[in-house]
Design a protein. Structure first.
Length: 256
C-alpha cells in the first residue's frame, strides 16, 4: 500500500464510499487522513457526491428499535444472529444469503440504503448508517460490537418473545426434517443458556451441547419440533419462507 499506516486496501475504500460511507468515516476506519482517502477516490475516478448529500440520499427510521412490535422483535432477533455493530463507525449491518428477507427488513426500517454482495461468499449486506440506531441497540437492548461471545438475551416483553426467537432462528437456526430435529447455535454461552431455559419452560425438552467455540441447542422428536414450529409461527409476520417450508414439506409437519 502507498501508506504503510493504512488498514484498508484502495478498492475497499472505493467500495465503502460507493456504499454511502463518508470520507471522514473511511479515513477513521483506514487509519489515514481524509486527504489520503480523497486521493484514492480521485485515482480510481470515483464519481463524488455533493457535500452533505449522503444525509439526503439514505433514509432510515432511526428510532425503530425504541418501540416493541412483532416485526421489531423479529428484526432484533435476526440482528442478534446475523447483525453487526461497527465499533468505530456510526453504522450497523445485516448479513444474509437470502436477499428477500433483507428486502423485507429494509422496507420495515423505511430505509433506502443499498445492498452490497460479498463476491466470495455470496452473502448480501445491508449497511445502515445511524448513530441513533447503533446507540439504541447497545444501550436499550444490550447488543454490543463483537457480540459473538458476549451476546446476552435482551429484556423482551413476553408477547414478543416468539417473534424474537423466530428472527434468531432464521439467522442461526436449522431444521433437519429427516431427523425431526431443530438446532440453534450461538457463540455466547450466556445467550444459549437463556434460550435453553425459555425452551424448558415451554416443555420443548431441549438439549444444550457446548463445543470449543460455540454452543448448540437441540430440540428433537416429531411432537416437540411441531410444538416449537407452532410457537414461532403462530403469528408469522416476517420470516424466511424457505426455512418455514422445511417444516411442512412433504407434510412431515402440519401446516402452521
Amino acid at each position: 500500500m502507498a501508506n504503510k499506516k493504512c488498514t484498508l486496501e484502495a478498492e475497499e475504500m472505493v467500495k465503502r464510499y460507493e456504499e454511502g460511507m463518508r470520507t471522514v468515516e473511511i479515513a477513521k476506519l483506514a487509519n489515514v487522513s481524509v486527504r489520503y482517502v480523497n486521493l484514492v477516490l480521485r485515482k480510481h475516478n470515483v464519481k463524488r457526491r455533493a457535500k452533505g448529500s449522503w444525509k439526503r440520499k439514505y433514509d432510515v427510521n432511526e428510532h425503530y428499535f425504541k418501540t416493541w412490535s412483532n416485526n421489531m422483535a423479529y428484526i432484533l432477533g435476526f440482528f442478534a444472529a446475523d447483525g453487526c455493530i461497527n465499533r468505530d463507525l456510526s453504522s450497523v449491518s445485516f448479513s444474509q444469503k437470502d436477499i428477500e428477507i433483507l428486502k423485507q427488513i429494509k422496507i420495515e426500517l423505511n430505509s433506502n440504503h443499498p445492498f452490497v454482495q460479498n463476491p466470495k461468499t455470496g452473502v448480501y449486506i445491508l449497511n445502515i448508517h445511524s448513530k441513533v440506531m447503533k446507540d439504541d441497540l447497545i444501550k436499550i437492548h444490550g447488543i454490543k460490537p463483537n457480540k459473538s461471545l458476549n451476546l446476552k438475551l435482551p429484556s423482551i416483553p413476553k408477547p414478543f418473545l416468539s417473534h424474537f426467537v423466530r428472527g434468531y432462528f432464521d439467522g442461526d437456526g436449522s431444521i433437519y426434517k429427516k431427523r425431526n430435529c431443530v438446532c440453534i447455535v450461538s457463540g455466547s454461552l450466556e445467550f444459549t443458556e437463556a434460550l435453553y431455559n425459555i425452551f424448558v419452560t415451554l416443555d420443548l425438552e431441549p438439549r444444550l451441547k457446548s463445543f470449543s467455540k460455540y454452543h448448540r441447542i437441540y430440540i428433537t422428536g416429531y411432537e416437540t419440533v411441531t410444538k416449537f414450529a407452532e410457537w414461532i409461527y403462530h403469528v408469522k409476520g416476517l420470516y424466511i419462507p424457505a426455512k418455514h417450508k422445511r417444516f411442512i414439506e412433504k407434510q412431515a409437519f402440519k401446516k402452521f
